[in-house]
Design a protein. Structure first.
Length: 396
């Protein structure tokens, strides 16, 4: 079988940034991550079980090469002791299991968090690529290239528009649900070459290194969710997570994720201290315009000049949605747009909506109360009800 993953750098930057923070702050945490497919695939994912297991076997043989470690060490926010840890690191096959149940594919990673958290992106890339290998590649690539050219043309058309206060800046966030690794490279390379004025980087660390681009990313929900089980008062978990982040990175990686328990609950914790320390906020669920207006109103209440801050949008974007949001907000605040599935898996074949999320830490359930229905992943209704009560979030 042609391997899906050949380098441990072929993952998102925020995996490394969260990994370092949790290794330094909470290396003893035990965690569980579960794979879920949220939509109906064209054929049962259980059919991929043998290939998935073979790909996981191969993944667990990989190590970071000296050149890869040198690249990571050259990122100013990556610390030397973390690079030393990665020099020894290898995924342990005993910590991840894939099985079939009916037509469904179940994948669970369970063990020390600093040894299992890295599985997520690789599992999603593996399942995606194996799934799409069964479709006609010639037809998919022809349609994908046609759509890619159209996207690039839409972005290039910005050169004919009147200049706004803040420029349009977009990044590739499409690793997790990409059609294939080779296709993601082609897409990123095309944007970097044909729209460099607007295309500012990629979350894929390997592509950033290979194509001399900026690696983009800060934190994901798993980082904040982990703090629900780390011994702080539940009401204070967001503040504890943000404080540890500030202490770890001291001014670097300053975009905070807002929707672990909803934007309103986040803003209640995001006081003047955090608002000054963080460079901006990332949107990942709910109505993006309403979210952006709330963020701007919050900065205004704190008497912070929004022109010094950045709002990053990353929820289900395509190029047209990003351009629309840019036109709405770009005269008031700096912006960034992380485009994922619609950049790297827009091939004329319905993409999979797959995730692999943390479900437990230290034996306790953890959860996200998303601003978008269907994104909450927790089957412990008692805990969800308690979390909603603590943060005054109405049930969906």
């Amino acid at each position: 079988m042609q391997p899906v993953i050949t380098s441990l750098l072929d993952t998102d930057l925020y995996k490394f940034t969260m990994w370092q923070a949790l290794l330094h702050g909470h290396p003893q945490t035990q965690a569980e991550y579960r794979f879920v497919c949220r939509n109906r695939p064209a054929y049962p994912l259980a059919e991929l079980l043998g290939e998935v297991n073979a790909a996981l076997d191969a993944l667990c043989t990989l190590r970071f090469s000296p050149g890869e470690l040198d690249y990571l060490a050259g990122l100013r926010f990556i610390k030397s002791d973390f690079v030393d840890f990665l020099r020894l690191f290898q995924f342990q096959r005993a910590f991840i299991e894939a099985r079939a149940e009916g037509g469904d594919l179940h994948i669970v990673a369970r063990g020390p968090q600093v040894h299992v958290m890295g599985f997520e992106i690789f599992v999603l890339a593996i399942v995606n690529e194996l799934y799409f290998r069964r479709f006609d590649p010639a037809a998919a690539l022809a349609e994908g290239r046609r759509r890619l050219a159209d996207k690039i043309a839409h972005v290039q058309a910005l050169s004919g528009e009147s200049e706004r206060t803040h420029p349009f800046e977009m990044f590739d966030f499409g690793l997790r649900r990409r059609y294939s690794g080779a296709w993601q490279r082609e897409v990123v390379q095309a944007f970097a070459q044909q729209a460099p004025q607007w295309f500012k980087g990629t979350s894929n660390v390997m592509l950033a290194r290979d194509l001399n681009l900026v690696p983009i990313g800060t934190m994901a929900h798993e980082y904040l969710q982990t703090y629900q089980a780390l011994g702080v008062r539940l009401r204070d978990f967001q503040k504890a997570a943000l404080e540890d982040w500030v202490q770890e990175y001291r001014g670097d990686l300053g975009i905070a994720l807002t929707d672990t328990v909803g934007m309103d609950a986040f803003l209640a914790d995001f006081d003047l201290y955090f608002a000054k320390l963080f460079d901006g906020l990332r949107h990942d669920s709910g109505d993006p315009v309403a979210w952006g207006e709330k963020a701007l109103a919050h900065y205004a209440r704190l008497r912070i000049d929004a022109h010094t801050k950045r709002l990053v949008f990353s929820d289900g974007l395509n190029v047209d949605k990003a351009l629309s949001l840019h036109r709405h907000f770009s005269d008031r605040v700096q912006l960034g747009f992380g485009i994922g599935t619609q950049l790297t898996n827009d091939m004329g074949v319905a993409p999979l909506n797959i995730v692999m999320k943390i479900t437990h830490a230290n034996g306790q359930p953890v959860a996200k109360l998303s601003d978008s229905p269907g994104k909450t992943l927790c089957d412990d209704e008692t805990y969800l009800a308690y979390l909603r009560q603590v943060f005054n979030v109405p049930p969906p």
